[in-house]
Each structure stands twice: as structure tokens, then as C-alpha cells.
Design a protein. Sequence first.
Length: 93
Amino acid sequence: GVSVVGVDGTVLLKTLVKPPGKIVDLKPDITGLKMKDFKGVKTTLKDVQDKLAALCTPNTVLVGHGLVHDLKALKFDHAPVIDTAFLFSYKNL
């Protein structure tokens, strides 16, 4: 799924994305998603890319944890970004 919130916490986008192929493993213990959650999902990767492009201006700062992986999966290139994975490490847990 893709979720985007504004600086004030307002939800700007929250949607599941219909994958182009067969879903092999939802990793439900991590995502909380089940196959039934995807029933009726019609939003495509292109739909999400278009929505993100409409939301982002050159001054928009994207903030997230492991954001580099999300942007790669979304095939969405944007700067500036703040990836908290570089700020907070889980190595010592």
C-alpha cells in the first residue's frame, strides 16, 4: 500500500496497489495484509505515480523510513528526501 500524509498529518493518499503479476508472499506478519484485502483493488502503479506527481512540487520534502526502497518500488524519482533509515539504526537491537 501507499500512504502519504501532509505536514499537518492530513491523509493525502492511502491506497493499495494492484500488482501487475501474481502475489507470492504478502508477509502478513509485517504488513498485516491478507489476500482478501486486495479484492476489488483497481489502483495501478501508474495511478499512484500520477497521484504522487500531482502532490509533489520541487519544494516538497519526502520523509520516510527506508524511503529509498519505497521510491524504487514505485519507480518514482524525487528530491529532496529525508530517509530516517540513515538517522536511526536498528543494528544494536
